[in-house]
Design a protein around this ligand. Structure first.
Ligand SMILES: Cc1cc2nc3c(=O)[nH]c(=O)nc-3n(C[C@H](O)[C@H](O)[C@H](O)COP(=O)(O)O)c2cc1C
Length: 339
C-alpha cells in the first residue's frame, strides 16, 4: 500500500480538477503535495474583490475542483480520504486528501468522471422538452450524496417569483461600476487560457427574457430564438453557511453538473441572486427551507457546445512544500456587505 500520493498522481488528478467551473473562469485554485497528501488551496491572486467580496465564489469553485480531484483519484484506484479546511491558521487551504484503502471505482464514479471533459456552461436557449422525472430524481440524489439539497422550482408561479428575485439582484449588481469592470475584464474575444470566451457567453439579453443573463459579450440572437418558456430552475443549498459549508456546496454543485451531463442535460448557472445578500434571503424564504441557497441552475436539453479553455496544469501546481500543522476548524463566514 502507498504511504502517500506521488507527483504523477497529483498531476493526473489536477488535470481533471481544473475542468471545474469558476466565476468568470478565473480558476482560483492551486494544488500541491505536502507530506504525501494532496492539498487544494485558494489562489489569492485570482479573487474577484468586487464580484466576490466574501470569497464564497472562490470556495464554490475550489469545492467543485476538489470533487473532480476525488473522482480522478477514485477511478485511478487510489481513492482519498478528505479533510476540509485542515489548518485553522491557513484558511486558504480548502482540503487535504490522503490515500484511502485502494478499491475499484464504482460505476457512478466512472460515469461521472467520464462526464468531466464533456461538461460546460451552456448559456444558449434550451429546447422546450421537459426534463424527465428520473433525471430530476438523479440530480436531487447527487446533491444529497454531498450533504446538500436541491430544490426544483415547480410551476410557473415559483419560477416567476424566482425570476423576479434574480432580475432585481442583477440590477443591483449592474449598478456597481467595480462589478461591471470586473465582469468586462474577464470577457475574452481572443483565445485565452482563462476568462469567458465571448463565443461561450450566450446570446445578448432581450427585454422579453424571463431570467437575467450575465453579460459576457455574446452574439445577437437570431429572430425567434427565445429562451425556453418554462425553464427548469434548480436551487442548490447547504445546511449552513460556514466556509466549510460553501466548499461542500461546491462539491455538490460539481456532482449535480456531472450528473446532468451524464444524463444528456445542459446547465447554465445563475448566481446573481446568491451574490446579493437581500436576494439570497428572499430566495431562501420563498423556498421555505432551512439552510442557505448556494447556487441556482437552469437545466434542460441544449444544443452542442464546446468546453472553455483552462490554464496548463503545471501553472496551478506547487511542488514540493514543507510540512505543516494539522487541525480542524469551521468559521462562520462574514455576511457580504449590503448592496
Ligand atoms: C460560483 C460560480 C458562479 C457562477 N455564476 C455564473 C452566472 O451567474 N452566470 C453564468 O453565466 N455563469 C456563471 N458561472 C459559470 C462560469 O462562468 C463558468 O463556470 C466559467 O466561465 C467556466 O466555463 P465552463 O463552466 O463552461 O467550464 C458561475 C460559476 C461559478 C463556479
Amino acid at each position: 500500500m502507498t504511504t502517500g500520493f506521488t507527483v504523477a498522481q497529483l498531476r493526473a488528478a489536477a488535470t481533471d480538477a481544473v475542468r471545474a467551473p469558476s466565476l468568470h473562469n478565473t480558476q482560483p485554485w492551486r494544488f500541491r503535495l505536502r507530506d504525501g497528501g494532496i492539498e487544494v488551496a485558494v489562489d489569492p491572486r485570482r479573487r474577484l474583490p468586487a464580484t466576490d467580496p466574501t470569497g464564497w465564489g472562490t470556495r464554490i469553485a475550489c469545492g467543485a475542483a476538489l470533487f473532480n480531484l476525488r473522482l480522478a483519484l477514485a477511478v485511478a484506484a487510489t481513492p482519498a480520504t478528505v479533510r476540509l479546511r485542515p489548518y485553522p491558521a491557513d484558511p486558504d487551504v480548502v482540503a487535504r486528501l490522503v490515500p484511502d484503502l485502494p478499491r475499484r471505482p464504482t460505476p457512478t464514479e466512472q460515469s461521472l468522471h467520464a462526464a468531466i471533459d464533456r461538461r460546460f456552461s451552456n448559456r444558449a436557449p434550451f429546447w422546450p422538452d421537459p426534463v424527465p422525472a428520473d433525471a430530476r430524481w438523479r440530480l436531487g440524489e447527487a446533491a444529497r450524496a454531498e450533504q446538500c439539497w436541491l430544490e426544483l422550482l415547480i410551476g410557473t408561479s415559483a419560477v416567476n417569483a424566482f425570476a423576479e428575485i434574480a432580475r432585481s439582484a442583477h440590477r443591483v449588481l449592474e449598478r456597481d461600476p467595480a462589478y461591471v469592470a470586473e465582469r468586462t475584464a474577464w470577457i475574452r474575444s481572443e483565445p485565452s487560457p482563462d476568462g469567458v470566451p465571448a463565443a461561450a457567453g450566450g446570446p445578448q439579453s432581450e427585454p422579453q427574457d424571463l431570467l437575467p443573463q450575465r453579460g459576457f459579450g455574446g452574439r445577437n440572437r437570431a429572430p425567434g430564438r427565445d429562451f425556453e418558456p418554462e425553464p427548469l430552475v434548480a436551487v442548490l443549498g447547504s445546511a449552513g453557511n460556514t466556509a466549510t459549508d460553501q466548499i461542500m456546496a461546491g462539491q455538490a454543485l460539481q456532482r449535480v453538473l456531472l450528473t446532468a451531463t451524464d444524463a444528456g442535460l445542459a446547465v447554465s448557472m445563475i448566481s446573481q441572486p446568491i451574490e446579493v445578500s437581500g436576494a439570497r434571503e428572499a430566495l431562501r424564504l420563498s423556498l421555505g427551507r432551512f439552510g442557505t441557497p448556494q447556487m441556482v441552475m437552469r437545466i434542460g436539453y441544449g444544443q452542442p457546445g464546446a468546453a472553455t479553455p483552462r490554464r496548463a496544469v503545471d501553472e496551478v501546481l506547487d511542488l514540493p512544500v514543507a510540512a505543516g500543522v494539522n487541525d480542524v476548524g469551521a468559521t462562520e463566514v462574514a455576511p457580504p456587505p449590503a448592496r
